[in-house]
Unconditional design. Sequence first.
Length: 144
Amino acid sequence: MTSGKTAVDIKLTTEIFDLGQKDVTVVEETGSYIQKGDTAVLTFTEHQEQGEDVQALITIHPEKVSVKRTGAVRMHQVFRKKQTTENVYRHEFGTMHMETHTDQIIFKQLKEQKNGELFISYTTKMNGEGKRRHRLTLGFQHAQ
């Protein structure tokens, strides 16, 4: 079991499926990983090409995953397997109400010789409009 803060290289891939279209976003950053008991915490900064950076804090518990983002975007999204959660997504263009229904959460802890990974499959509804399917894959490994 890891204790203390470990520097990690992070690759966050987000896939959004909407009306037959697929939009893929990839973020690669360096961050930190802490494992305490059955809870893991990942932190990193998304460096934006234009505008203010976004700080991400991802807390992984056995029963839920919490994603807090601050900076250019502000939101606190909670994922609970087979449940719907709600949050408010704030960005420079305004505020949106978001419903998230989580289908699947798979988490592999970071080990000495093994990379860690968080996978979440979910659907969202923004301001009560049509559903969009999402796949989030967050891979992380000891920083090089």
